[in-house]
Design a protein. Structure first.
Ligand SMILES: Nc1ncnc2c1ncn2[C@@H]1O[C@H](COP(=O)(O)OP(=O)(O)O)[C@@H](O)[C@H]1O
Ligand SMILES: [Mg+2]
Lengths: 370, 518
């Protein structure tokens, strides 16, 4: 095997192994609480992929996960941790919705593009420019700043519609913004099951975004500089890379994709800002990027995987009685085993030491001291 | 038999390498026996076999005439073998005495610290291993920690001491002290196996030397009867040139002109204070100095990695003081930084990416922001061949290469650009004799091609054998610039300590090293 092939195998093998471990241990948990793992996983699987409707629901749920995951992967590649994607998502959602129901009279496609671009910019400012500048110029750690900005973003979205006179609230008793006009909504895929499951062309946006991110990271000098900064800042400086600038750019790109996810979700599924601020997409997407090991195409698979867990989990609960939170257990286990990559050599070394110790004991018992 | 330890036909294979191939070795009572070999020759493996960390595939170890089979270091310790590893195994939070007795503490259920300290003190007197038994190990210098390791061995009644590359982390001063400890132990009748890849150390401390190459023992010689040249040739397996003959110099015009340069570190402390000098085309300008006297800050500032506080840098008639590192590269300055792994390379990148690391912005590596992988691979393969980088696999990560080959990658990248000025900092640190020779040849070849070379090194020998002129820096001030052909070691040594006067110039190299202690 050439080193290239080997690293691909290692790159793919580990996440798959981690997921398998998680599934096996999940099965043990299920069996331990008195259910048949096969029927439980069966219902989970059929809930996620059993018919066109569930496939549509899974893919629809994967769209924001893939998009945000891509952004987080970019930040990871540059060695920074964007933990505040949730807030960037909501800020993107606000901007997109606002642009969508303002400016009547634009052609639909142009309006859609404008709305999405507004979401992307809002996310980029929220995730990148502010935390990025703070990191580059006063050394504030991005884990703290993206997190704090995230709370502000989520609360801002609430503020926009919560009170009767809130800036984006439409008249009435329900805290929600005006609907996005029909011609600014992303069309659903033209099949009844997909319309019902709200699978919009956002899925294609997510797939294209993955290709774009891959090209960006692997094929451009921009990506080369991001990766150099991520691996070794001193070498990056030596290579002539403006380290602070690229850190800001990476965080900005990261927020841009989270903002895009917010926009796509609003235009494609929610069609308005309403009181559903517990999306959790921004947090699950961190796991998506981790499981994908920051590979853009991996983000597609990992996004679908976690979306499947969540849609399948509902069905599983209905049909087998196992609480849907089992899927949270599975998520936790996946995270654990992905992180366990560093643990595996440790465990191996521990076994070896133990073997040694037993051998020494055996020698001494046998009285055969040297 | 008078041999304390003898090893016959010892063999150990790892997947893909025969690390020890029918090794034969005898160690007499009361001798310091050096094992000399390049990195990867199999020295550590042999020691680990003797110490019971590995078990041999075949062959025999005789201790005082009796065959022994160690299954673990514990067996070896029982048999009286002590080993100090390159990386110490001490607990920083405990005291010296605690560390020494750990695992074999005096007292019964209750640990008797008084007695432990007493025992450590008497051992320390007996073997002249001066160290405070009550000090916390974490507060000790590397050299003193090493003594604690040696004490640990003697506390466990070692009759033979193995030291695996013991000088690797020591300052020259500490090295000198270690050598006198080793001589004292030898006089006490303790045989010592001393592992090294440095010729001068072997010559300084060993009685006999066994040379290893590629897993085999090549020869065992008495040190007194051999020259460094012989040892180097045996070690590398071909004729090595330790000191390369220089061509007569063809000095050209001024390329680099440093004017009154001042550089500060992050905390605004001045590190370079008003330095001025010029480097001409076709010359090697050596910058000598004790570590920490501003020489690395100076070259970082010339390369654009540190800001200039005051003064200016002129290159080829142009003021480059405010140019970015990338722009300076483009004007024809190449830079081999001091720390190849932390600065010179991205260890996680493959050789293709590392070889274009400083040139990725220009063609053929990229066009309008798009990388051309194909062109980069072709370029990398070309350099790998030209500079004999091994293994010749462009897709391998830089981390997988040996130190010498990593350095070749950096040098290849910097030289291939055909720069006018090459700044090299510590180009041969930690490298084998063979690799050092290659790099020295390369540098002198560039000089003969008319390039200007600014060489910074902590090795005075390296500076003296390569340079045409030598600038000596002390606490950020350039003391003097001297002609390498006529200057003496002693004179440079004196300048390095900050003294400009010529009287008392009979300073010895060991005195020079004294000052190197931080
Ligand atoms: N535990 C190991 N597993 C596999 N290969 C090893 C191991 N230890 C050493 N080697 C290989 O054996 C050879 C000799 O290594 P070593 O004894 O460490 O050399 P030295 O100490 O002379 O530098 C090298 O090629 C090295 O890569
Ligand atoms: Mg070794």
């Amino acid at each position: 095997m050439t080193p290239g092939v080997r690293s691909v195998v290692r790159g793919l093998g580990l996440p798959i192994l981690a997921s398998l471990f998680a599934i096996v241990i999940g099965a043990i948990v299920v069996a331990a609480i008195g259910f048949n793992p096969i029927t439980v996983y069966g219902s989970l699987l059929s809930g996620a992929f059993g018919n066109l409707f569930s496939i549509g629901a899974t893919l629809s749920g994967a769209v924001p996960l893939i998009l945000i995951g891509l952004g987080i992967a970019i930040a990871f590649k540059a060695g920074v941790f964007n933990i505040g994607a949730e807030g960037q998502y909501w800020v993107g959602a606000i901007a997109s919705v606002w642009v969508s129901y303002h400016f009547t009279g634009l052609p639909g496609w142009l309006h859609i593009i404008l709305a999405l671009v507004a979401g992307m910019l809002a996310g980029a400012v929220w995730g990148g420019v502010i935390p990025g500048l703070a990191k580059a110029y006063v050394g504030a750690h991005e884990v703290i700043t993206t997190m704090m900005m995230s709370y502000i973003g989520i609360l801002l979205a609430q503020y926009m519609i919560e009170e009767p006179n809130a800036p984006m609230r439409q008249p009435g008793y329900i805290p929600e913004s005006p609907m996005i006009p029909n011609n600014v909504q992303l069309p659903f895929l033209p099949m009844k099951a997909f319309v019902q499951s709200q699978l919009s062309i956002g899925i294609f946006i997510a797939l294209i975004a993955a290709v774009v991110v891959w090209l960006l990271l692997q094929k451009t000098t921009f990506g080369f500089q991001i990766r150099t900064v991520g691996y070794n800042q001193r070498a990056a400086k030596y290579a002539g890379v403006h380290v602070a600038w690229y850190t800001i750019l990476a965080l900005g790109m990261s927020g841009l994709f989270a903002g895009l996810a917010g926009g796509v979700q609003m235009l494609g599924v929610a069609h308005q800002l309403n009181d559903s601020f517990a999306s959790q997409y921004g947090y699950t997407a961190i796991v998506v990027a981790l499981l994908a090991r920051n590979n853009p195409f991996g983000c597609i698979i990992a996004g679908i995987f976690f979306a499947a867990l969540s849609t399948g989990g509902q069905t599983m609960q209905q049909f087998s009685g196992v609480p849907a939170s089992l899927t949270d257990v599975l998520t936790g286990l996946v995270v654990f085993f992905v992180a366990a990559e560093q643990l595996i050599p440790e465990i191996r070394a521990w076994f070896r030491r133990n073997k040694d110790r037993r051998r020494i004991a055996g020698v001494q018992e046998g009285g055969k001291t040297a | 038999m008078g041999d304390f330890l003898s090893v016959t036909e010892l063999t150990k294979a790892f997947p893909g390498v025969l690390a020890n191939d029918h090794i034969n070795l005898t160690l007499h009572r009361g001798e310091v026996h050096a094992i000399l070999g390049e990195n990867g020759a199999g020295k550590s493996t042999l020691m680990k076999l003797i110490y019971g960390l590995y078990e041999p595939d075949s062959g025999e170890i005789l201790l005082e005439g009796n065959p022994v089979h160690f299954h673990s270091p514990r067996d070896a310790i029982h048999a009286g073998i002590g080993m100090v590893h390159q990386h110490f195994m001490l607990i920083p939070a405990l005291t010296v005495a605690d560390n020494v007795v750990l695992g074999d503490e005096p007292g019964h259920i209750r640990y008797d610290r008084k007695q432990a300290e007493e025992k450590v003190r008497s051992l320390s007197n007996q073997y002249k291993l001066t160290v405070d038994a009550t000090a916390k190990v974490g507060d000790l210098s590397v050299g003193l920690q090493q003594r604690v390791e040696i004490l640990k061995a003697f506390y466990r009644k070692a009759k033979l001491l193995i030291l695996d590359e013991p000088t690797a982390l020591l300052t020259p001063q500490e090295t000198e002290e270690l050598f006198s400890i080793i001589r004292h132990l030898r006089d006490e009748g303790i045989p010592i196996l001393f592992i090294s890849h440095k010729l001068d150390e072997v010559r300084a401390v060993a009685n006999r030397v066994t040379v290893m190459r590629a897993g085999k023992t090549v020869a065992t010689l008495s040190v007194a009867g051999t020259t460094s040249q012989q040892l180097a040739n045996l070690m590398v397996g071909r004729d090595v040139v330790l000191r390369i003959e220089k061509q007569p110099q063809q000095r050209g015009s001024v390329l680099l002109d440093i004017r009154n340069l001042e550089v500060q570190d992050k905390d605004k402390h001045p590190r370079v204070r008003g330095v001025s000098f010029q480097v001409h085309a076709g010359e090697v300008f050596g910058l000598a100095g004790i570590d920490g006297n501003g020489q690395f800050e100076l070259v970082d500032a010339i390369a654009g990695l540190l800001n200039v506080f005051r003064g200016s840098v002129w290159f080829d008639g142009q003021n480059i003081t405010r140019l970015s590192p990338g722009a300076r590269t483009a004007t024809g300055i190449a830079y081999v930084p001091q720390d190849r792994q932390v600065e010179g390379l991205v260890l996680n990148f493959d050789l293709v990416e590392n070889l274009m690391l400083r040139d990725f912005r220009r063609r053929p590596f990229s066009r309008n922001g798009w990388l051309s992988r194909q062109a980069a691979v072709k370029y990398a393969n070309d350099l790998i061949q030209r500079f004999d980088i091994r293994p010749p696999d462009a897709l391998r990560k830089a981390a997988d290469l040996s130190g010498g080959n990593q350095q070749k990658v950096i040098l290849a990248r910097e030289v291939a650009r055909d720069p006018k000025l090459l700044i090299v900092a510590q180009p041969t640190r930690g490298l084998d004799v063979g690799a050092i020779e290659g790099i020295h040849r390369q540098l002198l070849h560039l000089r003969d091609l008319g390039k200007a070379i600014l060489l910074v090194s902590l090795e005075l020998d390296e500076i003296m054998s390569l340079s045409d002129r030598i600038g000596v820096i002390h606490s950020g001030v350039l003391q003097d610039i001297v002609d390498a052909k006529t200057v003496t070691r002693e004179k440079i040594g004196l300048l390095m300590t900050g003294s400009r006067s010529d009287e008392g110039a009979r300073i010895l190299s060991s005195d020079i090293q004294e000052v190197r202690k931080p």
